[in-house]
Design a protein around this ligand. Structure first.
Ligand code: SF4
Length: 463
């Protein structure tokens, strides 16, 4: 009897990728996706540790699952409950202490061992805890067979981080930087394309620190070299990557932005602050000027490149003048979109213990002012696209009849009404759209006559 699996994913795209791979690992055991926890024989919470109260959210969700599990047991059935991801890695034993009905707790480096953990949990009837960093990279044991991820797919190429920014929890649950061998990545990319992907986003906590063993085995490839090889993958029309660190934007990668048509002109490049003193306190190991220079080199290589970023306000000790410096840098660079946060002290990070914690009200004020500026920049960027012709990769049907939704090269959501008869043919293709209007978070456009083929042409030509 097929068993049903429900995975609830929190946090980043790497967790989305990990959840998809967990399902691939469990498929040979007979687990098929369930649409909700109540209908599942196994429920996995794939957790994120970035935000405050992350762990508390997990415990409240576990409360709901405990009731579902108990109800299933009263009907003579069984439900396996598991916690995975970064909260599991950081607080594994605590989860089993506070929620003894949980059957398995395992970190991001251990999910390739799921078949063995399920057997142990079923036998032992009590909690299995797997948070050691496995000596063997999990990727070596993941099944080749992967459920299709759709037209736009994620592919983890690098994991972990050696930067140790003082506000960040990532290095502890995700471990040291590890880059997958290039041959392995290329093989997985080909499988994703064979399964229908036309766009691949390469993932890593510090993806541009990638240095995977070359397919020939001699030496290592950087991310730029990997992207050039991926661009040769038949059927793959778009390549993206996230998340990058300014320190690792090397010449090979920057020149790829100018020379590889499939590499999209959109880059998420966190800067966090516009103050050198704050950047140093964050241990970002670069200055504001160095960030400016990276941006200038990128724009020289690809003049239409659009940038996104991460910004933190209210870092311990941040003065009004330092906050103004952040606003000034944002004004100068101009971001197509960006994520902005109030500093939140994460347990176990150096910044949490720093003097000069900024009052919550001041953080709120600064965040509101920054977000107003970022919204204005995003709206201006979208408005500037009205009247232009943009190649759009159609990814799915829209909410309205006859509507398709896709992404521009600048990762903007674009929706368009297309003739019913052409919808199936257009899905998964790059079509040329004339942009008619701009909303804060999306654009709407109309197919240009002969749009589909011309779209791909335009894309190649516009590089
Ligand atoms: S580079 Fe990113 S993932 Fe690494 S410690 Fe800094 S913020 Fe965290």
């Amino acid at each position: 009897m097929a068993k049903r699996l429900f995975i609830k994913t929190y946090g980043c795209q790497m967790n989305v990728y990990d959840s998809a791979r967990m399902a691939d690992v469990l498929a040979p055991l007979g687990y098929a996706p369930a649409c909700e926890a109540a209908a599942a024989d196994m429920v996995i919470l794939n957790t994120c540790h970035i935000r405050e109260k992350a762990a508390e959210k997990v415990f409240s969700e576990l409360g709901r699952l405990r009731r579902l599990k108990a109800a299933r047991a009263r009907r003579g059935g069984a439900m396996i409950v598991a916690v995975a991801g970064c909260v599991a890695q950081a607080e594994g034993a605590e989860i089993l202490r506070r929620a003894p009905f949980v059957d398995m707790v395992f970190g991001p480096q251990a999910y390739h061992r799921l078949p063995e953990m399920v057997a142990r949990a079923t036998r032992a009837g009590s909690g299995v805890l797997e948070t050691d960093f496995a000596p063997e990279p999990k990727f070596d044991s993941l099944p080749e067979a992967a459920a299709p991820q759709g037209i736009s797919a994620f592919l983890t190429v690098q994991e972990g981080c050696d930067k140790f920014c003082t506000f960040c929890v990532v290095p502890s649950p995700r471990g040291a930087e590890y880059s997958r061998p290039a041959g392995e990545v290329l093989a997985e990319a080909r499988r994703l394309v064979a399964a229908g992907a036309r766009e691949i986003t390469l993932l890593g906590q510090n993806v541009n620190a990638y240095h995977g063993r070359s397919p020939e085995g001699g030496g290592a490839w950087g991310l730029g070299r990997l992207i050039r090889a991926l661009a040769g993958c038949e059927g793959l029309v778009r390549i993206r990557y996230t998340t990058s660190h300014p320190l690792d934007m090397d010449e090979e990668l920057i020149s790829a932005h100018g020379e590889v048509p499939a590499l999209m002109p959109f880059l998420h490049l966190p800067v966090q602050s516009g103050s050198n003193r704050v950047l140093a306190a964050m241990n970002r190991r670069h200055t504001v000027d160095e960030y400016r220079r990276v941006v200038a080199r990128l724009r020289a290589a690809r003049p239409d490149i659009a940038l996104s970023s991460d910004l933190i306000v209210g870092y311990p000790g941040e003065t009004e003048a330092e906050f103004r410096a952040t606003l000034a840098l944002v004004g100068e660079v101009g971001f197509a979109q960006a994520y902005s946060f109030k500093f939140s002290p994460r347990p176990g990070t150096p910044a949490a213990a720093m003097a000069g914690q900024v009052p919550e009200a001041v953080k709120e004020e600064r965040l509101a002012e920054l977000q107003a500026l970022l919204r204005a920049q995003q709206t201006a960027f979208n408005r500037a696209c009205v009247g232009r012709t943009l190649p759009v990769l159609f990814e799915r049907a829209g909410r309205h009849p006859g509507q398709l939704v896709g992404r521009s090269p600048y990762l903007q959501a674009v929706h368009a009404r297309v003739p019913e008869a052409r919808r199936a043919e257009l899905l998964g293709t790059v079509a040329e759209l004339s942009i008619r209007s701009a909303l804060p978070n999306s654009l709407s456009g109309a197919l240009v006559a002969g749009g589909a083929a011309a779209g791909a042409e335009i894309e190649r030509a516009s590089a």
